[in-house]
Design a protein around this ligand. Structure first.
Ligand SMILES: Cc1cc2nc3c(=O)[nH]c(=O)nc-3n(C[C@H](O)[C@H](O)[C@H](O)COP(=O)(O)OP(=O)(O)OC[C@H]3O[C@@H](n4cnc5c(N)ncnc54)[C@H](O)[C@@H]3O)c2cc1C
Length: 461
């Protein structure tokens, strides 16, 4: 007879959403089982956030060393470097291993039972893994997302997804990235800095089309300077593997043959809703995602969904925050998922951050706002980092100066996302940020100066 295990909380998926929910549930004394079919840490730790930032770091170091070997205004003299990509990938894998082992240790420490295997849902209270039945009071779905594929570019051989691009055995001579969103550009820029010829094909009229053009302009400039070829308003038709030609149609309708030995398809991600009998629950959907309320409850009582499975924004920090919250709700706490803002960061060169409302969002909402920006060209720290491009921008209500949003583009601005999110979450006004002493010399001074400028008295401009 089939053996049945019982638990209070059963989590399907050990990505940032699922594992954080499990750790918090364990801390709160909730008997918890976590089922993971691949590796703990999910997309984020294994094939997403962490590996991409590791590769970007390798690429930046290589690029800088090569730059200094050719022309260094800093007085650094080095020989032209060479690259052992196998060792770079091994270094990246070492970081992934350390982090995923850390997750396993934390789960163990908090008494979470981890089952390695693929879960199949039987009903809202029963799940099967490798013939073993697990019965639960609460079912938390955290199955994440997968790359969107293009029918004319089936993955395999020279056509790869971000997963293969993050673990290259050898570098191609020419990589063509299909998709000018953040994943395509982060990887495209990294490959270019590793010495690969890179082209980007994007169907829309500019890169990073979900962000405003003022914000993306410094990234577009840097891409041009790096020698990446952009094919904007071009659509992909197919790939001729023998001739190594990517066929794309230009805006005039002409068919072009682009020479390339590898094609990276990076056209987005979709919630993972297939392959585990989710359909048997007949849950309410929100497009391709599982619909959830402000407590991450699905349309079925005690069935919860978090992270990429529940749709946009598909970001690791959102998944983690939802996971922590659901564990607390199951433990009896009163919680709602109502963040003032969730920061979105592109680790391009330069980096780009958006938190809260942009000027366009504020206008659409009919809000009368002050918009002010402070350029890094006037920031001492940016100069010492050899990077004067970009700016910090603030959006605040005109009547009471409540800050509604921050945007920034420039070197290292990903680290400013913390201050931006905190100021929004704490309901800061322009005067609060302008009146806070910001350490000198830091990029953060541009944050204070943007607030000062919104109040009409920037000091260093
Ligand atoms: C290249 C790349 C770069 C990225 N960079 C960033 C970034 O810089 N910052 C950021 O915030 N986000 C980034 N993301 C997005 C981020 O990785 C996701 O938003 C995040 O991982 C979502 O977490 P999750 O827990 O919802 O799902 P996932 O991390 O996808 O985890 C889901 C897990 O569920 C498991 N699973 C699925 N079905 C079953 C089943 N039936 N049984 C058992 N296990 C199952 C899967 O194996 C997987 O491990 C990036 C993504 C990619 C691809």
């Amino acid at each position: 007879m089939q053996q049945t295990q019982n638990t209070t909380l059963l989590i399907i998926g050990g990505g940032p959403g699922g594992y954080v929910a499990a750790i918090r549930a364990g801390q709160l004394g909730i008997p918890t089982v976590l089922v993971e079919g691949q590796a703990l840490g999910g997309t984020c730790l294994n094939i997403g956030c962490i590996p991409s930032k590791a590769l970007i770091h390798v690429a930046e170091q290589f690029h800088q060393t090569r730059h200094h070997s050719q022309q260094s205004s800093l007085g650094i003299k080095v020989s032209p470097p060479s690259l052992d990509i196998g060792q770079s990938v091994a270094w990246k894998d070492g970081i992934v291993d350390r982090l995923t082992s850390g997750v396993a240790a934390l789960l163990k420490k908090h008494g979470v039972k981890v089952i390695h295997g693929w879960a199949k849902i039987l009903d809202g209270k029963n799940v099967e893994v490798d013939g073993q039945r697990i019965q639960c009071e609460h079912l938390l779905l955290a199955t994440g997302s997968s790359s969107v594929e293009l029918p004319m570019l089936p993955l395999g051989g020279a056509i790869i997804s971000s997963t293969e691009a993050l673990a290259p055995k050898a570098l191609p001579k020419h990589l063509t990235v299909v998709g000018g969103g953040y994943i395509g550009l982060e990887l495209g820029i990294a490959y270019r800095k590793l010495g690969v010829e890179v082209s980007v094909v994007e169907a829309r009229e500019r890169i990073l089309p979900t962000y405003d053009s003022e914000l993306t302009a410094p990234v577009a400039e840097s891409i041009k300077k790096l020698g990446i070829t952009l094919y904007l308003k071009h659509s992909v038709e197919g790939f001729d593997a023998d001739k190594q030609h990517l066929q794309v149609r230009d805006p005039a309708g002409e068919l072009l043959q682009l020479d390339t030995d590898q094609v990276l398809v990076a056209v987005g991600r979709k919630p993972r809703i297939q392959g585990f009998n989710l359909e048997c629950l007949d849950l309410k959907m929100n497009g391709a995602a599982v619909a959830i309320d402000e407590r991450c409850q699905t349309s079925m009582r005690n069935v919860w969904a978090i992270g990429d499975l529940s749709g946009e924004p598909m970001l690791a920090h959102r998944a983690m925050a939802q996971g922590e919250m659901v564990a607390e709700i199951i433990a009896g706490k009163t919680r709602r998922f109502e963040p003032s803002a969730i920061a979105a960061v592109c680790f391009t060169d330069p980096e780009l951050v958006v938190v809260g409302k942009t000027p366009e969002n504020a206008e659409q909402d009919g809000l009368d706002c002050i918009v002010a920006q402070f350029p890094f060209a006037a920031n001492g720290r940016a100069m010492t980092l050899e990077s004067k491009s970009g700016f910090v921008r603030v959006v605040a209500r005109r009547d009471n100066h409540l800050i509604l949003g921050w945007q920034a583009v420039g070197v290292g601005v990903s680290e400013l996302s913390t201050a931006f999110a905190q100021s929004l979450e704490m309901g800061a006004r322009l005067e609060d940020v302008a009146g806070t002493i910001h350490a000198h010399p830091t990029l953060g001074e541009a944050v204070q100066e943007a607030a000062l400028r919104a109040l009409g008295h920037a000091l260093h401009l």
